[in-house]
Design a protein around this ligand. Structure first.
Ligand SMILES: Nc1ncnc2c1ncn2[C@@H]1O[C@H](COP(=O)(O)OP(=O)(O)OP(=O)(O)O)[C@@H](O)[C@H]1O
Ligand SMILES: [Mg+2]
Length: 338
């Protein structure tokens, strides 16, 4: 039975095409439910209008399942949290409206969570090994950043992508190879039995700790076009090696920037997060580099890499303790101005 002083938060995630709900009880994760949307596969990418409609269908069963698994009645909740942004506005609206209505009906506080901070704070889910300050390589479908994390409330972006995100680089090059959406995980799988040094692709020379992936995308496009002119079956015959070479280019580029950030800041407490942190090549590279250079690394469990409500719940717990609440006039935001 929950005590009156307990902090029990229901968190809702609906920023893109996954509908998630999680319950966190005094900082311990009690449930984490996600319903993914398959409908986008046939279009080769997320269709925003279809995503919002699917969130509307999924949200009630997902919230019910999260409460049930946590064995928490809605009357025991002390706050409702939701992803406020960044993300697809129509998708965010579904989670925000649901959370606001529930908070109003139960007369409990509302917490608006930043999705990117949540990806970073996923490292604190049922764990307290990460020490501040740490550097986080945040690599997802929409963002690529190196973040200096001083506390759950204080994060500084040291570098970010000037065009595509690392996840997009995976998905778009995978699409050029004829792989279904989202191509990142499949490209990773095929890369595991390929030669990463067989083909050379350029990476971009942008300054400092910023990133750029548009050059790689163009290079892969022209490479496939030129090779197919010589041999129409080139992609099929060399798929594993092409995937391995693309993955190697992206991972080496990310690692080069991460090493530079470590040198510049002197911080060697390192974390990776976001969907691309599920990539086997990146996970291995981070582990090997940490052994060589003496970093302390934190790699999230696979279920906390891509979008999930547990990370929203974890962030919300920190915000609750800090009394960082939202009110009923709070609206979602598609982009972040920081
Ligand atoms: N094993 C993998 N290898 C490479 N990329 C992967 C892997 N698993 C997932 N991804 C990529 O991660 C991305 C999805 O991550 P995530 O759910 O964090 O992104 P998002 O929520 O769409 O974007 P953001 O968090 O920036 O708003 C996709 O681009 C997907 O291809
Ligand atoms: Mg995400």
């Amino acid at each position: 039975m929950p005590d009156k002083k307990d902090i029990i938060i229901l968190a809702i995630e609906s920023s893109c095409d996954d509908t998630g709900a999680a319950v966190i009880h005094n900082g311990k994760m009690r449930s984490n439910i996600v319903a993914s949307q398959q409908i986008h596969e046939q279009y080769g990418g997320v269709v925003p209008e279809l995503a919002s409609r699917a969130h509307q269908q999924h949200i009630l069963p997902v919230v019910d399942a999260a409460l049930k698994e946590a064995q928490i009645s809605k009357n025991d909740l002390t706050a409702i949290a939701f992803t406020q942004g960044p993300g697809l506005l129509g998708s965010l609206m579904v989670g925000a409206s649901f959370a606001k209505s529930m908070a109003l009906a139960l007369d409990i506080p509302l917490i608006g969570v930043n999705h990117l901070d949540a990806h970073v704070l996923a490292h604190f889910i049922d764990a307290d090994e990460v020490q501040f300050p740490f550097l986080c390589l945040l690599v997802s479908g929409g963002h690529t950043q190196i973040v200096k994390v001083d506390s759950p409330q204080h994060m500084e972006i040291l570098g970010k992508t000037r065009d595509d995100a690392a996840g997009e680089a995976f998905d778009k090059t995978a699409k050029m190879l004829g792989l279904p959406y989202p191509g990142g995980p499949l490209l990773d799988k095929l890369a595991q039995s390929g030669d990463p040094h067989r083909f050379k692709f350029p990476d971009s020379r942008v300054d400092a700790l910023d990133f750029s992936f548009s050059g790689l995308k163009t290079a892969v496009l022209y490479f496939i076009r030129d090779e197919k002119e010589k041999n129409p079956d080139f992609v099929e015959q060399n798929l594993n090696d092409i995937c391995a070479s693309i993955q190697h280019t992206i991972v080496s580029y990310l690692m080069r920037k991460l090493k530079k950030a470590v040198t510049e800041t002197g911080i060697n407490e390192i974390a990776i997060s976001g969907g691309v942190s599920a990539n086997s090549g990146l996970r291995t590279a981070v582990k090997l580099t940490s052994q060589k250079l003496g970093w302390r690394v934190h790699i999230p469990a696979l279920e906390y890499c891509t979008d999930n409500a547990a990370m929203i719940a974890q962030s919300a717990h920190f915000q609750y303790v800090n009394e960082d609440f939202a009110d009923q006039s709070t609206v979602p935001y598609a982009r972040l101005n920081k």
